[in-house]
Design a protein around this ligand. Structure first.
Ligand SMILES: *[C@@H]1O[C@H](CO)[C@@H](O)[C@H](O)[C@H]1NC(C)=O
Ligand SMILES: [Zn+2]
Length: 456
């Protein structure tokens, strides 16, 4: 796929500029593309932070079992601050410790965003100004060290996949699908499903850190980078039917069309993913519904959709889970445009503010789209973001104590449409809009099925 960056002059000058700086000499050779052990990863992130101090911030969302920090590098024109109407995006890499390409791609992406911002690249500058981007290169630093100890050539299919306690983190999130599939039949809650009371004791430290992260930031769009296949996989991962060995059934979300489009954005911007034939498998257009491929429970992408406002897909990026360092440059070139194009998708659909009569923002208001049985909520600043494909939609916003408000909106293919709502206080004594917001739990605990050793 052709790069859509247009800086011909810069491209001509770049090699010269690189040769003039000590660091550039390394960057000019593919020798810059190496695997990064934990210490090197940390150093790489802090080096980007010092190169681009005004648009980056590093923070830790917690520690792994062995005490390694789960570092996030944030890009924004105001790092550390949520600005109303600026959507939050995240990339998560290396959840399976032995699937290492995502980790390296995210380090390269961080360097690239910083360098291009400094070089005045318009597209990147705009992205950083309009988006708050969070990059977690490794969700499983302990597993990575186990895999890296063996090195690329000798890495077994599963060595280092789990965390230090050998728990598969993509089978470790609370299972909210069972609850949703039950609610679907009874017209129950369709978003922000309740967690089991003791969820914190049921999950690994890495998973807990990521869930706390999701609770603290209003993420809108995300991707989770894996390896072992080449395909963009979208929710649901968990089948609606009880699993019968070998049987695969498509498990669509209410946002199925949108998820397909998000997955295709990546596969078509990737150099070969969209071609479909990869690693001995065939996926039409380089995308697949998770359950259609093979069903899995307690995965991260379904959890994002069912517990937060975030739409997440799972990207399988290489046949070889631990490719040799010599393959990294080519992989970066194959994924660069896709990583940027996917990020830009966070700017589609409808967004706006929810105010009360006195222009105070209302957080946690529920935004429903007629015909799509998946609501989203406004963030702490009263802003909401509803990803949608082009079309005409009817949105209804409701919040406890207010009269609901309904508006029509037509979404085009370009930037998100801005649509604000002002909710009138409900007359005293009425109790409208409070239709079973919190139909309380009775969480069914689905037993963990034997770990499926596939890429996801
Ligand atoms: C919506 O609210 C934002 C933030 O207060 C404001 O900047 C914008 O002009 C409003 N848009 C419309 C169409 O009222
Ligand atoms: Zn994986």
């Amino acid at each position: 796929m052709e790069m859509r960056f247009t800086w011909p002059l810069l491209l001509l000058l770049l090699p010269v500029a690189l040769l003039l700086s000590g660091q550039g000499v390394r960057a000019a050779h593919t020798g810059d593309f190496q695997h990064h052990r934990y210490e090197e990863l940390v150093r790489a992130l802090f080096s980007v932070q010092s190169e681009c101090p005004y648009v980056t911030r590093i923070y830790s969302i917690g520690r792994s079992v062995e005490g390694r920090h789960l570092y996030v590098l944030e890009f924004s024109d105001n790092p550390g601050i949520h600005e109303a109407l600026e959507p939050e995006f995240k990339y998560v890499g290396n959840m399976h410790g032995n699937e290492v390409l995502g980790r390296e791609l995210l380090i390269q992406l961080a360097k690239f965003l910083c360098e291009e911002y400094r070089a005045g690249n318009e597209r990147i500058t705009r992205l950083i100004h309009d988006t708050r981007i969070h990059i977690l290169p490794s969700m499983n630093p302990d597993g990575y060290e186990v895999a890296a100890q063996q090195g690329p050539e000798f890495n077994g299919y599963l060595v280092g996949r789990g965390n230090f306690r050998e728990v598969d983190l993509n089978r470790n999130f609370p299972d909210l699908n069972a609850l949703l599939y039950y609610y679907e039949k009874s017209n129950g809650r369709n978003h922000h499903l309740p967690l089991p009371d003791n969820w914190e004791e049921q999950v690994e430290p890495e998973t807990r850190a990521v869930i706390n992260w999701m609770q603290n930031y209003n993420f809108i769009l995300s991707a989770n980078l894996h390896g072992g296949a080449v395909v963009a996989n979208y929710p649901f991962d968990k089948s609606r039917e009880i699993r019968i060995r070998g049987k695969t059934t498509y498990s669509a979300t209410p946002d199925d069309k949108l998820f397909k489009k998000l997955a295709k954005t990546y596969s078509y911007a990737h150099s070969w993913m969209h071609k479909g034939w990869n690693c001995g498998d065939y996926f039409e257009e380089g995308i697949t519904n998770g359950a259609r491929w093979y069903s899995l429970s307690k995965g991260m992408q379904d959890f994002n959709y069912l517990y937060t406002n975030c739409f997440e897909i799972t990207l399988e990026l290489s046949c070889d889970k631990f490719p040799p360092a010599s393959a990294l440059h080519k992989e970066w070139m194959a994924n660069r445009e896709a990583l940027i194009s996917y990020l830009e998708q966070v700017h589609h659909g409808v967004k706006g503010m929810i105010y009360d009569d006195n222009n105070n923002p209302i957080s946690d208001a529920v935004i429903a789209v007629a015909g799509i049985n998946h609501d989203i909520t406004s963030g702490a600043d009263g802003d909401y973001f509803r990803l949608l494909l082009p079309g005409t939609y009817t949105l209804t916003v409701s919040a406890p104590g207010y009269q609901a408000s309904t508006k029509q909106v037509t979404v085009g293919p370009a930037e998100a449409i801005l649509l604000n709502f002002t909710l009138k206080t409900a007359p005293k004594g009425t109790n409208q809009n409070l239709k079973s917001q919190h139909s309380k739990k009775s969480q069914t605990t689905a037993k963990v099925s034997a770990a499926n050793p596939g890429p996801r």
